[in-house]
Every structure is written in structure tokens, then in C-alpha cells.
Unconditional design. Sequence first.
Length: 387
Amino acid sequence: MIPDVSERLKKIPPYLFASIDRLKREAIKAGKDIIDLGVGDPDTPTPQNVIDRLLQAAKNPAHHRYALDQGMPLLRIAISRWYEKRFGVVLDPDKEILPLIGSKEGIAHIPLAFINPNDEVLVPDPCYPPYKSGTILAEGKVRIMSLLESNAFLPDINEVKKQGLNRVKMMFLNYPNNPTGAVADKVFFEEVVEFAIKNNILVCHDAAYSEIAFDGYKPVSFLSIPNAKEIGVEFHSLSKTCNMSGWRIGWVCGNSKAILALGRVKSNIDSGIFQAIQEAGIEALNIPDGFLKNLNLMYQERRDVLVEGLKQIGWNVKKQKATFYVWIPVPPGYTSSEMSTTLLEKANIVVAPGTGFGPNGEGYIRIALTVDKNRIKEAVERIARIK
Ligand SMILES: *Cc1c(COP(=O)(O)O)cnc(C)c1O
């Protein structure tokens, strides 16, 4: 018999989509026409020039060997150029940028670089699950910052300040936000920078959705705030920006000591990103603006079909400015989980129950705009027919 799993692993919160996943599999097996609005994974293909670059680069035998831990210099230079053009932030490609095997990997590993047993990490709730699980795997303690609609789904920093902060080493933030679709402005980030400098807290800002935004809105970079680099890093990903979720490529940038520390952890765990994928990443960073413009117009149109359709049948839904998620208060009389089950059983629609992202997700469901607009229209019609 093998030993019992570690205490660390036992402490990881249960996978809350498990029951929805089971119902979904059963429904598909029974031949039902399921509309899956649960998973947030881009449904349109990676641009052809990125694929072509991979095919070319894959033929180069030099790329068949181990990659450098800190990524190819040309990729880091391409990231620094993109950053300066997009955010006006200057980064040193040698010390302030570290490519990742998808940003999730870096997010989940960074607590290993800074957290001792029982150190605390400030984590928004609801949230993308790796902030919590990465903290727990490093034997840290999760300290929740509630994201409430009454505060525009931003953590209340004044509230956080009132608590003892002696053991707090890190803070995760994520704007534009998954699952709420909320955005943060410079004033909020300035408050965070001041707070973090005063309390020696490393800020880890997840900007995976920085390029998915609508109605002319442009998300800001945390690193564009004066002094942010003193206490923070920002995670980016090509998964959503360039429809590359399966490719596994992202990066972290900002504070050089944090970059060095995460690099040390990673050099003991992985051996870098396939260099042909790094070359394709360079291509993705140089993609003409028209690609993102069209991608965002597509998500925006889907958002409008969903939100306007649901409003017509009396749901209380707002249009989000960014991300491909719509965070929807469930109609009175249902919990998140009951609503999700009802949608699946009565309309063959899969959505994510808000509680899958933490206790503050109760009362909401999350719908991902990663299916064709005609299917979204059909989903609204099915919801309208539920009795
Ligand atoms: C999709 C997503 C990511 C991206 O993860 P990758 O590992 O780069 O594919 C990161 N953070 C959030 C909040 C996400 O939703």
C-alpha cells in the first residue's frame, strides 16, 4: 500500500465543479445537445502566422534540446518591446522578465519562493483557484479579501489594513477579473502600491485578460503605477490574448528579486518552454492590432446577445468592460449550485456556479462567452422557456 497523500494536498479545497462535470458527462452520454458556457477557453483558432512560425521553428534541431531556464533572449526582448508599446512601461529583458509555461504555472509556484509555513497570503474571493492552491501547497495560509458588488468587486484595502499584517508576505490581485469581469483603475492600484510598500508585501498581479476589453476600454498595467516595481510583479499570458491556451506560454515581469527567486524555484522543477513555441510566442507578440480588434468585437457581440437577451427575460445582468465572462446574480429563490443544476437539467446549458471560485461567489453564476453567438442566442431562448 502506498502512503497517504500529504497534509498539504489534503488541504486543497475540493473541486467544486465536480458535480456539474458529472451531470454534464451524463447528459452528453445521453445524447443531449449541451451548450457549454462553463469553461473559459478561447474557441477560435491561433492565428495562422503563429502556427506557421511553430512549424518552421520545429524543424530546427537546435530547438530540440533543453531550453534555457530564463527563456530565449529574443523572446524576452520581444516581451519588453510589447510592454513598452502597450503600457509605456520599460522592463529590463535580462532581469525583469521571466517566460513561463503558461502563467498558471508561475502563479502556482511563486509562493514556494516566499512563503514559510504559516505565512499568509492575501487572496481575493471569488478568484481563479491557483492563488489559493499555490499558497496551500507552499504551506502558507490563505487570507481572503472579499470582492463584493458593493465595492465594484475590488478588495477594500482599508478593511485589509485593520487586520494584523505581521505574517502577510504576498497578495494576489487579478484585473480585469475572472470570474467577475470587473476592472481596476490607476487610483486603486496606487492605493495597493502604497499599502504594499508600507507593509513589505509582494503584490502578484494577474493580467491574463489585459487585452480582452470592450467599448473602447483599455485595461492598465499594475506596473505602470510609480514605484510598483519595488513591490510587485505582473503575470501575462498568450492564452487569451492570442488564442493559445493549449500552447502553454506566458510570462511574469516586474521586481527583479522576485523574478530571480521564482526562476530559482522553477530551475529545480521544469526545464523551460519548447524553443519552437517561444519563437511562435515572438510572432504572437508582433501580431498586427487588427487581430485583437476583431477578437474583441467578436466577444463584445456575444456579450451583447447574452446580456440583452437575459435582460429581456427579466434577469439582472450588467455588461462587463473586459474579460469574456459575464458574472450574473442568480434569480431569487436559487443558490448558485441550484441554478447551475437547473440550467443543465432543464435547458442543457452548462455554466460555472459562483461558489466554484470561493464562498463569496454564492448568489452568482459565471457564463463564458467562448461559444458562437448563435449558440448564445439559442441558450437565451432555452433559458426563456424554463418553467
Ligand atoms: C486563463 C487564466 C490565466 C491564464 O493561464 P495560462 O496558464 O497562461 O493559460 C491566468 N489567470 C487567470 C485569471 C485566467 O483566467
